[in-house]
Design a protein around this ligand. Structure first.
Ligand SMILES: Cc1cc2nc3c(=O)[nH]c(=O)nc-3n(C[C@H](O)[C@H](O)[C@H](O)COP(=O)(O)OP(=O)(O)OC[C@H]3O[C@@H](n4cnc5c(N)ncnc54)[C@H](O)[C@@H]3O)c2cc1C
Length: 383
């Protein structure tokens, strides 16, 4: 029977949770992580890493397209969507396995299951865990960190259906690449997919409700990005609202209103990238002092939720955290903290990789030490 009593249990194995767990273990706490899906969380499995793998493919593809300008002649080149996606998944799995290895190395117990707060007894927090193998167990710990992350926001009328209207999850693993695409929302996520699919040859329209793309970045960054993407042939509509989506014959027709004019566009696929919402449901927060505001858990500067011995960090804790893996109470030590490999940036010859570097995901300081900021404030910006 595995150990069930710990000094600290972290709920969620994303970059916020796993880094906190590693630091806690390094500081001598008996630590466990409960993860319901994949170690590494969204960042390693469905976010930072697989998107950068896709962008690397599009960067190479873009270079080959312009090989002639380098004096290189390349004839008859094409891509295989299945292999492109496979490569991205392989990179993601590799890094997720790396995190599992880090857990073992730091003697952190990992429970594959879905956890929720279940009261306290004798100064110990209790967690009820529905394990993936269908068993139910109870764990106890002196302290609990909620690091449950976030998921794509769904707007009424623009909800993803997994087939014609995608969130970032479906956009990451398409069975084939669309020939035409509407991306709703021009935050970092929307723009990365817009750039990827445009470079791979799709006709891409981006509709942004605010008056500039990448609205939380500096104005000159937005302007630079807009110019670069339009040069690539992307159509960008700002101050634009997308009405309900009509679906027929494996196509989607959207009505977009911009500058007082409405137009209809019909595309193969739509990506809805209108922000994220914190995973605050089914965490057993009812009857506790944990407060939820606008889908995120409210914390003080130490990550404390107000409920004794319960902390929160990362995307579930919302703004203004500069970096998910820096928000942990356990990481509040003056010693250098381990950085998730998720942070490493690469060469950036495509506009979106360059943008990733210029954006808050890679601050100038972080860029110089080859590390990006795991969570941009943009995710929480109203769109
Ligand atoms: C497409 C995309 C691209 C991105 N690119 C970048 C980038 O380039 N750079 C960057 O810095 N950031 C990027 N991000 C953002 C980054 O992924 C997040 O900021 C980061 O993952 C947040 O880490 P987290 O630990 O707070 O949460 P998450 O990574 O979301 O991890 C939370 C984990 O908790 C688990 N969980 C939830 N509830 C429970 C429960 N009840 N019990 C057990 N487990 C639970 C989930 O399964 C998940 O694994 C991107 C995001 C997306 C979607």
């Amino acid at each position: 029977m595995a150990e069930t009593s710990f000094d600290l249990i972290v709920v969620g194995g994303g970059p916020g949770g796993y880094v906190a767990a590693i630091r806690a273990a390094q500081l001598g706490l008996k630590t466990a992580v409960v993860e319901r899906e994949n170690m590494g969380g969204i960042c390693l499995n469905w976010g930072c890493i697989p998107t950068k793998a896709l962008l690397r493919t599009s960067e190479v593809f873009g270079l080959i397209k312009h090989a002639d300008s380098f004096g290189i002649s390349v004839k008859d080149f094409s891509y295989d969507a299945k292999k492109v996606v496979e490569r991205s998944r392989k990179v993601a799995n590799q890094l997720s396995n790396g995190v599992k290895m880090l857990m073992r190395k730091n003697k952190i117990t990992v429970f594959d299951g879905d956890a929720k707060l279940a009261g306290s007894e004798g100064g110990q927090r209790k967690l009820a865990v529905a394990m993936k193998d269908k068993s139910n167990i109870t764990l106890t710990a002196k302290n609990v960190i909620l690091a449950t992350g976030a998921r794509a926001r769904q707007l009424p009328g623009l909800e993803s259906d997994g087939k014609l209207v995608w969130t970032y999850r479906e956009a990451m693993v398409p069975p084939e690449f669309p020939k035409s695409l509407l991306v709703i929302g021009s935050g970092a996520i929307g723009i990365e997919f817009a750039s990827f699919y445009r470079t791979m040859g799709a006709e891409v329209t981006v509709a942004e409700v605010l008056d500039r793309i990448l609205p939380v970045e500096d104005e000159e960054v937005s302007a630079f990005a807009k110019r670069a993407f339009e040069k690539q042939g992307m159509k960008i509509l700002t101050a634009a609202t997308v009405g309900n989506l009509k679906k027929a014959n494996d196509k989607v027709t959207a009505t977009i209103t911009s500058g007082g004019k409405s137009q209809e566009i019909t595309v193969d696929r739509v990506i809805s990238a209108v922000g994220i919402v914190g995973n605050v449901e089914n965490l057993g927060l009812e009857g506790t002092k944990v407060k939820v505001e606008k889908t995120h858990i409210v914390i003080d500067p130490w990550g404390f939720t107000g409920e004794p011995n319960v902390y929160a960090l990362g995307d579930v804790a919302g703004p203004p955290a500069p970096i998910a893996s820096r928000r942990s109470p356990a990481s509040a030590s003056p010693r250098p903290r381990p950085r998730p490999r998720a942070c490493r940036s690469r060469s950036a010859s495509s506009p979106s990789l360059a943008m990733a570097r210029r954006s808050r995901w890679v601050s100038p300081k972080a860029s110089s030490r080859r590390c990006s900021t795991p969570r941009p404030a943009s995710f929480w910006a109203p769109t």
